[in-house]
Every structure is written in C-alpha cells, then in structure tokens.
Design a protein around this ligand. Sequence first.
Ligand SMILES: Nc1ncnc2c1ncn2[C@@H]1O[C@H](COP(=O)(O)OP(=O)(O)OP(=O)(O)O)[C@@H](O)[C@H]1O
Ligand SMILES: [Mg+2]
Length: 335
Amino acid sequence: MNLYLGIETSCDDTSCAIYSPEEGLIAYRTAAQLDHAKYGGVVPEIASRTHMKTILPLYETVMEEAGAGLGGLSGIGVTNGPGLTGSLLVGLSFAKALAYGSGVPLAGIHHIEGHILANAIEGPMGTPAIVLVVSGGHTQLFSVEKPGRYELLGGTRDDAAGEAFDKIGKILGLPYPGGPSIEKAARSGDPAAFDFPRAMRGSGRCDFSFSGLKTAVRLKVEELGRLTEQAVADVAASAQEAIVDALAIKSVMAVEMTAVSRFYLAGGVAANGRLREVISERIGAAGAQVSWPPARFCTDNAAMIACAAWHHLSAGRADGLDLNTFPRGGLESWA
Ligand SMILES: Nc1ncnc2c1ncn2[C@@H]1O[C@H](COP(=O)(O)OP(=O)(O)OP(=O)(O)O)[C@@H](O)[C@H]1O
Ligand SMILES: [Mg+2]
C-alpha cells in the first residue's frame, strides 16, 4: 500500500494526514488554533509559533495511527503557498527535514489546488468540471480539465466570500469566524428582509465583488440602531442570501459557457448549507451534477494536501530541497 504524508500550515490550522490511493484516508489530525478568536482575526506571529509547538506531536500521532515508518512513505506533500510566510515556513521546513532525512520524494502543493482536490479524497473527481473555490482568501471559478490542469475563469475583484462572511459577522457582533456564526443566526432570520446588492450581476464575466455588500450591511446596521436578536438574524439571513445568490449566478454562467456536466464546490464556505442548497438547485437545472467535499475537508486540512501529493508524485512531478514558500500567487497547471 502506498502512503502519502500531507502537511498543511498555511494559516491558523496545523494539520497532518496520511492518504493511500488504494485505501483512501488512513489517518488525519488537525489542531485549530483558538487563541486568535479574541483578536477577531488571525495574528501571524501567534500562528507560526503555535505551528512550531503543534506540528511534531501531530505528525507522530498520524504516523502511529497509520502504523507507518518514515522510510515506508511513498511521498510527502506540503503546502508552500499562498498563505502567511511564517506559518508556511514551519510546515515546509518540517517537510524538507523529513524528506532530507529519509530520501522520500517531496512535492510542494499550491493551497488552492489542495482545496480543489479535497473533492478527490473519497474517490476520483469527474472531469472536465467547473470548480467554485470559496474560502477565507479566495473566490475563484476554475475550469478543470483533469487534476493538474486548471484554467481560471474569473475571481473576486476585492473581498473573498469567506472574508465577507467574517467581516459581516464582526459588524453583527457574532463570534469569529463569521461564516458558521452567520449560517447559524440566519436559520431564524428572513432572507428577504433586506435587499442587499449582488454586485457584478450583469458584468457578463465570471467575476465577483463583495466589498459593496459589506458596506451596505454596515450602513443598514447603523440605520437600525440597537439590534434585536431578530434583526441580527434577518441581516445575517439577507447577507448570506446575497453572497450565495452572487456565487450561484456566476457558477451557472461558467457551467453554461463550458457545457461541462460536473460541478464542484471547494474551500471553507463550501460548508455552508444554504450555498449547497442553492447551487444544487440552479446548477442541477443547468444540467450539471453537483458535489462537494465532506465538511471537515472544506476548511484547511492536510488530507487534501496528501491527496494532491499523490497526484503530483505519481505523475513524476517532485520538488527539490530548494523549494521555497510564496505568500501570493495564482494556481497554475502542472500536468
Ligand atoms: N458554514 C459556513 N458558512 C459560510 N462560511 C463558512 C462556513 N464555514 C467556514 N466558513 C468560512 O470559510 C473560511 C475559512 O475557509 P478556509 O479555511 O478554506 O480559508 P482560508 O484557508 O483562511 O483561506 P484560503 O484558503 O483562501 O487561503 C472563513 O472565512 C469562514 O468564515
Ligand atoms: Mg484554505
């Protein structure tokens, strides 16, 4: 059995996983860093220090659970960008040390490719496909010919969808991160209570903009004054509806443009129940089959990185020990 180790430390989650192409996911552990909540966002210095404390015990745990020895691994995959440089360096240095000490091949993985290939952890992805990546830092529509071949169709001009959820959560005084908090509050709210903007609706391109929505919500909250619990629920439901509607409009456009029959969600916002519901309905009506990763593989995790490592290394694409991190940069094809 081939075993691939995945390491993910691009932001505030430390994660290790062992994936086998024959057997699927063998072992998986993520340690979420809770210290950031009181600051209302990720503090890079705290994130990298916490990764340093957490990564070795996490690695030891997954190796023990998999009954694996370092020399028995077929490959090591590590997220080397985009992300916080200090955080990325902890995972990359750790992965390089393992590769150097064992001779096991190493593959640097683009974090967004990881999110896309989270859809391949529990079985192969159907391609060609459209993938909507909706996370804390990205909102992009890709045409995926096959794993390794990606064409960017469009993305956000300003805030990412997850960032919009987080900022609106903050305006409403909801716990961080805003995405899950807004989804929870929205359950008792009216999605039609406020008509928030769907920017770029008529642009004719697969692009998004969420900064105007954030401002519209802030102005509405100022106008409402002291917020009752019902008002918070109504603003949350209406804002969620605006984000989901904007994402669905351009997703349908991408499916119609490319005439593919498969559509996937990826990234943290893909955990949102209302997004899944609306996308299933409208993409289904456009003639494509919709899938998404299990919720625990929507947000940052190393299972997707281990799975991506298998795709790279089995196709003969490996990296040397001169591999470096990159804070920003688009996903490029490698296959
Ligand atoms: N149920 C949910 N509904 C809406 N948003 C959610 C939900 N669960 C998580 N999110 C959002 O997902 C984001 C985190 O996702 P993820 O971990 O993929 O992002 P990231 O790693 O910070 O960013 P990137 O992947 O772009 O670098 C946060 O913005 C969070 O609010
Ligand atoms: Mg992410």
